[in-house]
Design a protein around this ligand. Structure first.
Ligand SMILES: [Zn+2]
Length: 323
């Protein structure tokens, strides 16, 4: 269900920048995922924030990261039916090692960055069976309730404030997760990525995550009566491999350019195309500079949390547009 006029009156289009998989892993661990603070991959984000004072960033952070490799590293076990679905088929970190509350310097650094908000990205970012990062795949409402409660309690224990939304790991989303999110008071979800479907105002998603929702506009996932609330859905539609023309097209169609990055570039040889490195940082620097030059104040540099707050405010106050 699309939202008419979700943009402020004077704005032509919006820009969001979100980064997944952030957790306290250091380069002295298996791989770096933010734990080296400004000396690591988060330093690239800090650099972009300093160069682009209009830019905002959202960090999707995992409460207690346990995944070591996103692919199967125990191939013999993976061949045994039934058993393979009840064990981890990859290397796993011990429970609690990356629990946010055990890494106060990391938490303090996240809180110190300007124009940055933190949101949820799973409890452990791992699942038993073959689809390793798809933490919520096949989970029912009761299981989602338990996982979300634990995730949120870890953020609170760590003293890390978070915006009321989540990007479920590896685009694994279902209605049980959605209703569990609503029950926890969460308000937005970013479970979808489509960097292939051509841009048009009415284009719908057909790649990873939810299918058939708007590619370039936020929209409500559920009619209010059905789920006891509404969850605002966002599709990521731009990444390192996207040509800048895709951003122009989204803007010309009054949409949201939702740019995705992953904080980890190389996980045991698994290369993320949108992993944050010098090359992607420099490309984004160019993209942001050019968008600002072309469109100036007509762009709303915002976050999913801010759009959600604005749309909800408008709903209750019956304002004609976001302000
Ligand atoms: Zn992830």
């Amino acid at each position: 269900m699309e939202i008419p006029q979700w943009l402020p009156a004077e704005k032509q289009a919006a820009i969001c920048f979100t980064i997944d998989d952030i957790h306290p892993g250091k380069s002295s661990d298996a791989y770096e995922a933010g734990g080296d603070l400004e000396k690591g991959a988060l330093g690239h984000i800090q650099w972009l924030l300093e160069r682009h004072p209009q830019l905002r960033a959202t960090f999707f952070v995992t409460a207690d990261w346990r995944e070591l490799a996103p692919h199967v590293t125990r191939p013999l076990l993976a061949q045994i039916p039934i058993l393979r679905d009840s064990v981890y088929l990859t290397k796993v970190r011990p429970l609690g090692e990356m629990r946010l509350s055990r890494h106060p310097e990391f938490v303090a650094y996240l809180k110190s960055l300007p124009r940055t908000d933190v949101s949820l990205h799973g409890l452990h970012h791992i699942r038993k069976g073959k689809q390793i990062p798809m933490e919520f795949l096949g989970k029912d409402r009761a299981e989602c309730d338990v996982m979300l409660s634990e995730m949120i309690s870890i953020f609170r224990e760590a003293g890390l404030p978070f915006s009321p939304g989540m990007c479920p790991p590896a685009w694994a989303y279902n209605d049980d997760l959605g209703s569990a999110m609503l029950a926890q008071g969460l308000q937005f979800v970013a479970p979808t990525r489509d960097i292939r479907t051509p841009i048009a105002s009415g284009a719908v998603t057909a790649m990873s995550g939810v299918q058939g929702v708007s590619l370039i506009h936020p929209e409500w996932l559920y009619p209010e009566s059905l789920q006891g609330g509404q969850l605002l859905h966002f599709s990521s539609n731009f990444q390192a491999t996207s040509p800048i023309e895709r951003a122009f097209e989204i803007i010309e169609n009054n949409g949201l350019v939702a740019i995705k990055a992953h904080i980890i570039k190389n996980t045991y040889g698994h290369i993320m195309l949108d992993g944050m490195d010098d090359l992607y940082r420099n490309y984004l620097d160019l993209v942001f500079t050019e968008l600002d030059r072309r469109y100036g104040n007509r762009l709303w540099w915002t976050s999913m949390a801010e759009i959600t707050a604005c749309v909800n405010e408008r709903r209750t106050s019956e304002l004609p547009v976001c302000v």
